[in-house]
Design a protein around this ligand. Structure first.
Ligand code: FAD
Ligand code: NAD
Length: 447
């Protein structure tokens, strides 16, 4: 046998080892299907583990610790001026956080008998993948799951060593004195806060008239205020040119992500990306080709890891013949800033735009015992409920821990709970979770 003659035959070939891909592969293996994952990096974790969710949250944890130490002065505890050593910080993030989780995924794959093939996969037809790279081979499959994810969008003219995307920013090349962040979305705010905490003078520019476009303004306000404190400047309604950027030591471009569907040989199958490059899928994650399914960022918005994972389960179970559908009502969203912003389901702004008859209740954290003990009165919990039935349609939370609290909101919307259900459920005291119950009680009192 010469290199290139190798042919692996499997029931399911998964292209891409990110959260969508590895979740699908693990579930396929559990259901008795012979499964292989082809990943360019020959590792499981994808953008989420190596250049996204996990390293960014590790660095945001560091930023949160620094902020807490600063706040502690208010109640008489002074730790002195913090000193941040970049080498140990990088090592902790890369080895103790990312490395540990990567090793965990590799051992799960081994335990479940999922083969991981290194290389770039290209479709040759609806039953065959060609794997390019160090160990070229073919993979023959009955079913393929495309889970190739997404890549950062660049900005024309913004090139050169000083210009970085989120992947490079998470490597912490240095702490630039003056950092320009282009884009006031998830990445701009999260990584802007990280670099500001580490000591950079951050200027953030956002093209639209507010940070986190699409999110209810009252939820954005507390994080916008915090950013105003942390950042040197925030400029809204602003687009910058490469010349404007010359005054900065580094420029982080964070203007969105695009699907990784190019160069995959999809034209040899019946699966066709849409005009934006996303692969349209149905409720069983089927593309237009009966042998090809797709999950995760490559299938569209919202480009979030937990959506990719749920789709991965659905695709695997559908292949195994189980009655399953990606029919989830909500995909919760969390921006892990200080304070965190989280929402799920119908937003107040969307309800207004659609002219829906809803009732909205807001509970300010200034009245929460737990928030007060934490010195964090800047939060807000909001419920959007159906005007007639009282069914919870949407939940929005801003404040520390909002990312954890939103799980109750997601469960409420997904399982069609009513505001009465939330109000009548005993929530432990004193906790921030009580704010959901309080918001529900506020809404009931409005009647
Ligand atoms: P990906 O994770 O992108 O994985 C795709 C994999 O496929 C990669 O390993 C890639 O190398 C491989 N691949 C691509 N093409 C080929 C090919 N032809 N052959 C072989 N392999 C291929 N989401 C959250 O839910 N929470 C967060 O906190 C969060 N934080 C983020 C922070 C940052 C800075 C970024 C950039 C993203 C963040 N996201 C977050 C988004 C999250 O990372 C993505 O939604 C998620 O990774 C998508 O998973 P996926 O499986 O679709 O693809
Ligand atoms: P984004 O879509 O969240 O935000 C991009 C921002 O850039 C928008 O506010 C947009 O108006 C602005 N913008 C676009 N062009 C611009 C320009 N020329 N000048 C100034 N501003 C401009 O995208 P992102 O922050 O790059 O993140 C990409 C995706 O990754 C997110 O949409 C999300 O799906 C995922 N992500 C999720 C998390 C999380 O779940 N916590 C964290 C990071 C990233």
């Amino acid at each position: 046998m010469v290199m290139g003659d190798l042919v692996t035959e499997v029931d399911v070939a998964v292209v891409g080892g990110g959260p969508g891909g590895y979740t699908a592969a693990f579930r396929c293996a559990e259901l008795g299907l012979e499964t292989a994952v082809v990943d360019e990096g020959r590792r499981l974790g994808g953008a989420c583990l190596f250049e996204g969710c996990i390293p960014s949250k590790a660095l945001l944890h560091v930023a949160a610790v620094l902020a807490e130490a600063e706040r502690a002065r208010e109640f008489g505890v002074d730790f002195g001026e913090p000193r941040v050593s970049l080498d140990p910080l990088r090592k902790w993030k890369t080895e103790r956080v990312v490395g540990k989780l990567a090793r965990g995924l590799a051992s799960v794959a081994k335990a479940k008998g999922v083969e991981i093939i290194g290389g770039r996969a290209v479709f040759e037809d609806s039953r065959t993948l060609r794997v390019e790279g160090e160990a070229p081979q073919k993979v023959r499959f009955t079913h393929a799951i495309v889970a190739t994810g997404s890549r950062p969008t660049g900005l024309p003219g913004f090139t050169g060593e000083r210009v970085i995307d989120s992947t490079a920013a998470l490597e912490l090349p240095d702490v630039p004195e003056r950092l320009l962040v282009i884009g006031g979305g998830y990445i701009g705010l999260e990584l802007g806060q990280v670099y500001a905490a580490l000591g950079s003078k951050v200027t953030l520019v956002e093209m639209t008239d507010g940070l986190l476009p699409g999110v209810d303004r009252d939820l954005v306000q507390p994080v916008a205020r915090r950013c105003e404190k942390l950042f040197a400047e925030i400029r809204l309604n602003t687009q910058v040119t490469p010349q404007d950027a010359a005054a900065f030591d580094r420029v982080l471009v964070a203007v969105g992500r695009r699907p990784a569907s190019g160069g995959l040989g999809l034209e040899t199958t019946r699966a066709r990306p849409d005009a934006r490059g996303f692969l349209p899928v149905d409720e069983q994650c089927r593309t237009a080709d009966p042998h090809v399914r797709a999950v995760g960022d490559v299938t569209g918005e919202p480009m979030l890891a937990h959506r990719a994972m749920r789709q991965g389960v659905v695709a695997a179970e559908a292949i195994a013949g189980r009655p399953v559908a990606f029919d989830n009502v909500v995909v919760p969203a969390v921006v892990f800033t200080d304070p965190e912003v989280a929402w799920c389901g119908l937003t107040e702004a969307q309800a207004q735009r659609d002219g829906r008859a809803v009732r909205v209740a807001k509970f300010q954290w200034a009245a929460s015992g737990r928030a007060t003990t934490l010195g964090r009165a800047d939060g807000l919990t909001k419920l959007v409920a159906d005007g007639e039935t009282g069914r919870v349609l949407g939940v929005g939370i801003v404040g520390p821990g909002a990312g954890e609290l939103i799980a109750e909101g997601a469960l409420a919307v997904e399982t069609a709970l009513t505001v009465e259900d939330l109000a009548a459920t005993i929530h432990a005291h004193p906790t921030l979770s009580e704010t959901l119950m309080e918001a529900a009680e506020t809404l009931l009192r409005q009647r």
